[in-house]
Design a protein around this ligand. Sequence first.
Ligand code: GTP
Ligand code: MG
Length: 197
Amino acid sequence: MIIHDARFLTSNSRADLCPAPTLPEYAFIGRSNVGKSSLINMLTGRNGLAKTSSSPGKTQLINHFVINDNWYLVDLPGYGYAKVSKTSRAEWAKMINFYLRNRPNLMCVCVLLDSRHAPQPADLEFMEKLGEEGIPFVMVFTKSDKQSTAQTKALLTTYLAKMSEIWDELPRYFQTSAETKLGRDELLDFITGVNQD
Ligand code: GTP
Ligand code: MG
């Protein structure tokens, strides 16, 4: 897919205030600092389109971008940041659950996972919840440039083994790096494919 246009549209705290659900939508979610905003910039080829930061918790709202005037890409705030209060966590869960249930145009959620980290309960629980709600998702392993290919491969094997304890059919997965652009074509081709179904 050639991205000839990528624009920021709106930031919202509520799904009902988000842009009208007239275009297919793909949302990016995962733990704070996993690399959601960086991946969005890498995919769109626009550095600075989504705000990134080395300190977790940068993205706080539901951010809509419109790509090629024919699909929405959504940058969501991260979960699982240890320093966040219980109240903020509950607010995050409320906002995200409401968002996930109220976007009829949501085609797929990309769940970002750090390729250096063993399966974390917060991620496994989040994916289980998506499964229970019947929301399609894929796993996107990020930051693969930060370690050797062999290390990433070992982590993927562990991760898939863990997932197969929970899932009869494993979700699709992608390996990416915002630095080297690894996985860009695969992920964009997947999105285009889902768009055409
Ligand atoms: P929140 O919005 O705070 O939840 O974080 P986020 O998931 O959007 O992460 P963000 O894209 O802001 O990236 C967090 C940090 O990781 C930044 O310092 C990025 O430069 C770095 N980072 C993200 N992706 C990659 C990657 O693929 N490779 C490397 N080396 N660094 C990355
Ligand atoms: Mg972010």
